[in-house]
Design a protein around this ligand. Structure first.
Ligand code: COA
Length: 227
């Protein structure tokens, strides 16, 4: 059956994801995905997206103007975790269906759980009993150790690593090559900069940097009502 997909976000991340949708088509599951709509407030990379998708799609400034929403699946193609989470909350509030895109060349332990709306790039490793929440974005070569937990809308950049039992709160962000050591937690809306190593748990809204990572900045943490 063909899945009709609405991409929320029309920039470089959307181009990457559209590129590997073709691998899903060719995969063992014979998953056939057609991008029918792109929601992007600006022009984004519409020309490149059209070339990569190989078909025309309708563009929209907002989700509300997508027609036949109930017959389509939505995927958030936005890398900023706060914006990503806001769009996810809107999709859930509207009662729409989230797609889940797992590249066939990712390794997923059979006991791991992956939420709706998650995007798993090629080369990702997800270990036993890991819990990957909804709308999580795992970029190429990410490693999720056994029993690690990622809450909704976490964004991990390429080659980021979570050791066993590590935790990332809602909309947390790891830069390229950043690592969280075993049993260590990064709070909601916190960020660990590229290449940094988090060796002690921190709460919500911290920007952590270095090895061992130390706090450099505090973010305003949105309340539930604001997202
Ligand atoms: C985490 C990161 C994105 C910065 O987050 P941000 O929310 O944009 O942070 P800002 O640039 O607004 O900076 C906030 C504060 O933190 C400081 N800061 C940010 N990054 C820093 C870093 N790497 N080292 C030291 N301080 C840093 C800024 O100087 C600023 O300090 P100030 O409040 O005194 O002015 C950035 O450090 C990083 O890791 N970038 C790599 C992203 C990446 O790997 N992307 C891959 C996508 S595929």
């Amino acid at each position: 059956m063909t899945r009709r997909l609405v991409m929320c976000g029309g920039g470089s991340l959307a181009v990457e994801i559209a590129t590997f949708l073709r691998d899903l088509d060719a995969g063992e599951r014979g998953d056939d995905v057609l991008v029918t709509d792109v929601v992007s407030p600006g022009a984004g990379r519409a020309v490149d997206l059209t070339a990569v998708c190989g078909n025309a799609f309708t563009t929209h400034a907002d989700i509300a103007s997508v027609v036949a929403k109930e017959a389509k699946q939505f995927i958030v193609c936005i890398g900023d975790p706060v914006v990503r989470h806001t769009v996810y909350v809107e999709i859930v509030r509207l009662g729409l269906t989230l797609a889940r895109i797992v590249h066939p060349r990712a390794y997923i332990s059979p006991s791991a759980v992956i939420g709706d709306g998650a995007i798993v790039y090629p080369g990702v490793f997800i270990g036993p009993f890991a819990q990957v929440g909804e709308n999580v974005l795992l970029n190429a070569q990410v490693v999720i150790g056994h029993d690690a937990r990622l809450d909704d809308s976490v964004v991990l950049s390429p080659s980021a690593r979570l050791c066993g039992h590590a935790v990332c709160g809602t909309a947390a962000f790891l830069g390229t090559g950043a690592s969280i050591l075993p049993n260590v937690s990064l709070g909601a809306y916190s960020k660990l900069t590229a290449g940094s190593v988090l060796s002690r748990s921190v709460g919500d809204g911290f920007l952590m940097h270095g090895n061992p990572a130390a706090g450099r900045h505090m973010y305003r943490v949105p309340t539930d009502e604001a997202t």
